[in-house]
Design a protein around this ligand. Sequence first.
Ligand code: TRP
Length: 454
Amino acid sequence: MDNSSDNSRDSFSSRFAVIAAVAGSAIGLGNIWRFPYVAGENGGGAFLIIYLLFVFAIGIPVMTSEFVIGRAGQKNPYGSFRKLAPGQPWYLIGIMGVAAAFMILAFYTTVSGWTLEYFYQTLTGNLAGKNDSELTLMFDEFLQGSYRPVIWFLVFMGFTGFIILSGVKNGIERYTKMLMPILFVLLIALCIRSVTLEGSMAGLNFLFYPDFSKITPKVILEALGQAFFSLSIGMGTLITYGSYINKSENLGSSAMAVSIADTMIAVIAGVAIFPAVFALGGSPASGTGLVFIVLPGIFQKMPLGQVFQLIFFSLLSVAALTSTISVLEVIVAYLAEELKMTRRKATIAATLMVSVLGIVTVLSMGSLRNFTIAGKNIFGMLEFLTSNIMLPLGGLFIVIFIGWSFSPQRTKDELTNDGKLKAGYLPVYMFIVRFVAPVAIAMVFLYSLGILKL
Ligand code: TRP
């Protein structure tokens, strides 16, 4: 057995720290920026129902499986699979995960940079008093300007690298515990303002009233992709975090708690945004700029709006940061453990490599926006490939691994902490990872490719 690295391995200090770190990874731009815009483009209520179904039927079991693999393997995703299944090709999932980490960081940090710009613009008073068409114009000009988004991208990448360099535990944990609750309260305040705007009912209807005629293969694939993206699953982020979870923690209940919190935040963000979209006369399907145009629109109509706006964008940046670090950690753990780099070298190398891809991605929203493949620019391409293809594919293989290849006894040992915990859900969980989840994911793929017709 290779135990050389296990003794010195970092781990989270408490149950609360585990939840905070995993929730920090899961809760981020995926909830507040991506969920509303993807739901808006895919029909609202019907999308929401399918999304919820995927979170509970597939997402939570996949998250649990990632924890099992990570805690049993005690390594990065690639290393964990090598250790748990020597001589078998499962480690390819780990390699796909590292590739996905690069791609996700490139576009995710781009959007994180936008949050810094909006923080800065609030600070300098440039958003105050702007009406909706001015806000739209401003967002567009910012993206076209190209060099500002690049600078903000690099600043954000720098923060991410810096935190990873100094270790996840002490710095970020302390701040997330404090800041995430404030973000939550602020979102609730936004909801209240949003639903009390005149004409807001149409927005609530849009979000909660399912119009099943809007369900298409694309909507289903997007809902699956969004569930994976929002829960941070399918590429080994939570295998990596799982490897830092103590043997005494309850993996199943942690996955459940984090997933419920993550889903609540997404729905609350939807309640903050859609009523305002309709009340202010916008379109729910206005794409990646939705949050950056609609929310400032609401803030202009609130007492002390500028103050709240400042707090909001700073907290959104923090929420994004606790997610970007979890993605960068995958690459760094891989480079450090497999290529035997020091953590410092690995962090610098990973940050620089991501930055190259990231700059191209930033520019694809600006000066390179006319360069498209299949109607998508590079940003859209990376987003589509990772969320809708690579993450669900990773998840598919992860559940197949746990369901059909890994020893059921060892899975049980991980979920019960060697018999110390009751895990009454175990039969249900095993049934899902063996049958339900693999079949469902495969069906969504076949259906969206047009091979399967319902
Ligand atoms: N889940 C995060 C969010 O919703 C983003 C994220 C972090 C992520 N780590 C990930 C997405 C791993 C996919 C895979 O903002």
